[in-house]
Design a protein around this ligand. Structure first.
Ligand code: HIF
Length: 288
């Protein structure tokens, strides 16, 4: 009888189908909770997935999405993470419904869901992150500073193990969402469709004239034509640097190439430092 009991109460091993249920619930909530920002929590979910992952340091092997240490101060209070409580709170009811998923898996899966539901490329994903305690919080300063240029971008993303091409590909995610004066201090969206994943960020970088915005906030650029869009100094670095610019031009011209190279780089970002047990990645079905 001992055997039977063990079988009935043994550890729950989720399958791809179970993770698809989590995906579907997040997708459902994205539609239901449309009274936020430009009508979607999608962009801030992408930012949560990236900030959870982008603390990775390849030398020490510390940081990354394993651990989900942004649940705790001091990491939650790091300046770069301002505003991400909106994303974490949005996902709390999902965790209540599927308590078996780790926060690290939930946050990264949510980023994947948001990108796919906002018409972006498929992002193959695999489970395996385990939550860790406050002692695993990373030191402040590992995430990028938007007031800086190409040297800084290379230092930060080089520390994670990315090359120039991957850095530029990732940056296309700034086609999503906006900056908020009460979070980063910057203000405005990058493009005209902040809740749809496109290569518009690159097209605007190449085609528009960008000038310093005249205002009391931090130094940022505005488009000369409509003065409704913005670019961060770190975004403009992508066209000022010759090596970066090559890739900006490629992605501005060819959306398919951008989608493919972005997906590969984003998969890599979400997996940094995670001790996976399985090689198998899941491609989730996008909702209609
Ligand atoms: Fe962002 N990013 N990011 N970013 N980011 C902001 C917002 C978003 C940088 C700075 C900022 C990436 C790289 C960099 C998203 C996704 C990604 C904001 C505004 C700043 C300042 C925050 C606010 O005020 O709400 C810098 C300096 C980066 C290095 C170049 C990634 C590639 C582009 C890795 C990435 O995926 C998303 C999405 C948002 C929008 C969030 C929102 O709430 O709408």
């Amino acid at each position: 009888s001992g055997d039977i009991t063990a079988k009935a109460t043994g550890p729950f091993v989720p399958t791809q189908e179970d993770y698809q249920k989590v995906y579907n619930e997040i997708a459902r909530l994205l539609v239901e909770k449309d009274d936020y920002d430009d009508g979607s929590y999608g962009p801030v979910l992408v930012r949560l997935a990236w900030h959870a992952s982008g603390t990775y340091d390849k030398e020490s092997g510390t940081g990354g999405s394993n651990g989900a240490t942004m649940r705790f101060a001091p990491e939650s209070d790091h300046g770069a993470n301002a505003g991400l409580k909106h994303a974490r709170d949005f996902l709390e009811p999902v965790h209540e419904k599927f308590p078996w998923i780790s926060y690290g898996d939930l946050w990264t899966l949510a980023g994947v869901c948001a990108i796919q539901e906002m018409q972006g490329p498929a992002i193959p994903w695999r489970p395996g992150r385990q939550d860790r305690d406050v002692a695993a919080c990373t030191p402040d300063g590992r995430l990028p500073d938007a007031s800086k240029g190409q040297d800084h971008i290379r230092a930060i993303f080089g520390r994670m193990g990315f090359d120039d091409r991957e850095m530029v590909a990732l940056c296309g995610a700034h086609s999503l969402g906006r900056a908020h004066t009460d979070r980063s201090g910057y203000d405005g969206p990058w493009d005209f469709s902040p809740t749809v994943f496109t290569n518009e960020f690159f097209r605007l970088l190449v085609d528009e004239k960008w000038a310093w915005r005249k205002w009391n906030g931090p130094a940022q650029y505005t488009d000369s034509k409509t003065k409704t869009l913005m670019m961060l100094p770190s975004d403009l670095a992508l066209v000022k640097d010759k090596e970066f610019k090559k890739h900006v031009d490629r992605y501005a011209k060819d959306s398919e190439v951008f989608f493919k190279e972005f997906s590969d780089a984003f998969v890599k970002l979400l997996e940094l430092g995670v001790p996976f047990k399985s090689e198998d990645r899941y491609v989730f079905k996008t909702s209609e």
